[in-house]
Design a protein around this ligand. Structure first.
Ligand SMILES: [Zn+2]
Length: 110
């Protein structure tokens, strides 16, 4: 996989519709001037790092690990929940305990 892999899906993989439930809810705010044009509402937005918790402590500080981000929505015609944006990122292991610092992936939907 490419280090900067990123793919958007603009149609439902099941029925081909491009009507998405959360996106249209967000559009109502845009139409009323209550949200930015570039902002996009999603069902779920998630990002993280791929790591085996048993091996995590042995990974050297500064090591680059694969990370991910994705956004989902619901098809309004068939109810299928699907990813509309998936991306691979790279995350560096840092000294700080707790969650590793993730690259910017807009978790607020924009
Ligand atoms: Zn569909």
């Amino acid at each position: 996989m490419e280090q900067d892999f990123n793919r958007q899906f603009t149609q439902c993989p099941s029925c081909g519709s491009d009507d998405r439930f959360f996106e249209q809810l967000g559009q109502e705010l845009k139409d009323r001037g209550l949200a930015r044009e570039e902002w996009q509402m999603s069902l779920a937005i998630s990002q993280g790092v791929v790591v085996d918790k048993v091996k995590e402590a042995a990974i050297p500080i500064g090591s680059e690990l694969p990370g991910y981000g994705y956004k989902t929505d619901i098809c309004m015609d068939c109810g299928c929940v699907y990813a509309k944006d998936i991306r691979r990122t790279t995350v560096k292991k840092s000294l700080a305990p707790g969650p590793m610092e993730l690259p910017p992936f807009d978790v607020r939907g924009n």
